[in-house]
Write a protein that binds this ligand. Structure first.
Ligand code: NAD
Length: 373
């Protein structure tokens, strides 16, 4: 069996597998082809892949020869068409969102897995790329905010006077939000956080932040640990509470997402206008619509001295560790679908079935099947 690793597109610094992970895969009796320069931006040049036992090849050679193609960002449909008909392709293409791409894969009888579909179960935790990348994003969002803020994070008592600690507001205390809380606290800020899941409260408090409660949030135990869409009344009350907190905050980091849907709008334009000049908003939900009304994806806009950063692929700004974590998640997933050096797709396994977008023309993941039918 041949596994091919593609170079990611311009603007992406990560790679699906670093040389150490490639070595691991080769030890299972699999051959690995790597596109020239695939690891360069993660500081893993071609000779390191060769030392690990991989062969360097051109993109076309990899597409045509591989039984399994690994990427993070998906290739174009035209490139998918150049793969062997029975080849399996793995990436992270936001299959519930990019429905046109998903439909084309199904129509073209392809077998594809999309890593954001890995179920949120205890057994699947070691394969959960969303959690890994959210960890990177939560950490980097705070560093980015600290860089932009015209103030210190920690409190200082100096001969030149006292400096009060920065006040950070985190919207959404999931994996990214909790990491943002921990990083802000390490830098000495006072932190407040909101979430709609009651379970988040204890985690927020355990990190030394204050939990801001808005009563009446809807929860669904069947949503696999995720939040569900809230009704208008709740969202309006929540926006009001956020408005009140925002005017006292130096930094807002927003992370609130609903799987497969547009991110909820939590920070209104009037709220941004009520913030102190010099304040910073980092919107980690920018790619799914943004939590702030003024967010522009991949851009920083400034209104009344408040900078609103619509982040784009923040995980890619820490390519070595982000690729290491991604690769580890991939290795754990590949162990489920490769047996004795051969492809072994067992759809009785809930992780394999849950992550498989389609197999030979059929939608497999229950979430994809529900969307298509
Ligand atoms: P996510 O990225 O989908 O959402 C981020 C956060 O935004 C979540 O905490 C969500 O509750 C919150 N949110 C959504 N709408 C909101 C609103 N209107 N206002 C405020 N907050 C809102 O979620 P995530 O961070 O990937 O994961 C959420 C939780 O799922 C985790 O904290 C964890 O408990 C659980 N989880 C479990 C596993 C596992 O068991 N394998 C893996 C990852 C996460």
């Amino acid at each position: 069996m041949i596994i091919g690793i593609l170079k990611e597109p311009v603007g992406e610094s990560r790679v699906a597998l670093l040389p150490d992970s490639v070595k691991n895969v080769i030890s299972w009796g699999v051959s690995v082809l790597v596109e020239y320069g695939a690891g360069a931006k993660s500081y893993s040049p071609d000779p390191l892949y060769q030392e690990a036992g991989a062969e360097m090849k051109s993109r076309l050679e990899i597409l045509q020869a591989s039984d399994m193609v690994l990427t993070i960002n998906p290739p174009s449909l035209e490139e998918v068409g150049r793969m062997k008909p029975e080849a399996v392709f793995l990436g992270q293409f936001n299959a519930l969102f990019n429905q046109e791409f998903t439909q084309s894969l199904i129509q073209n009888q392809r077998t594809a897995f999309s890593m954001e579909l890995v179920p949120r179960t205890t057994r699947a935790q070691s394969m959960d790329v969303l959690s890994s990348m959210a960890t990177v994003m939560g950490y980097k969002a705070v560093l980015m905010a600290a860089n932009l803020l015209p103030r210190f994070f920690p409190m200082f008592m100096t001969a030149a006077g006292s400096i009060s600690p920065a006040r950070v507001l985190i919207l959404g205390a999931g994996v990214a939000g909790l990491q943002a809380i921990a990083t802000s606290r390490r830098l000495g800020a006072t932190v407040f956080a909101f979430d709609v899941r009651a379970a988040a409260k204890e985690e927020v408090l355990s990190l030394g932040a204050k939990f801001v409660e808005v009563e009446g949030a809807k929860e669904d135990k069947g949503a696999g640990g995720y939040a569900v869409e809230q009704d208008e009344d709740f969202l309006n009350r929540q926006k009001e509470a956020i408005h009140e907190q925002a005017s006292k905050s130096d930094i807002i980091i927003t992370t609130a997402q609903i799987p497969g849907r547009k991110a909820p709008l939590l920070v209104e334009e009037r709220t941004v206008l009520a913030m102190k000049p010099g304040s910073v908003i980092i919107d980690l939900a920018a790619s799914s619509g943004g939590n702030c009304a003024l967010t522009q994806p991949a851009q920083t806009v400034e209104v009344n001295g408040v900078r609103v950063v619509g982040v784009d692929n923040l995980a890619g700004t820490l390519p070595q560790d982000a690729s290491k974590m991604y690769g580890k998640n991939y290795l754990n997933f590949l162990k489920l679908i490769i047996k004795d050096g051969q492809l072994n797709l067992n759809f009785e396994d809930d992780i394999v079935a849950g992550t498989c977008v389609c197999h030979q023309g059929e939608a497999v993941s229950p979430r994809i099947a529900q969307l298509i039918n």
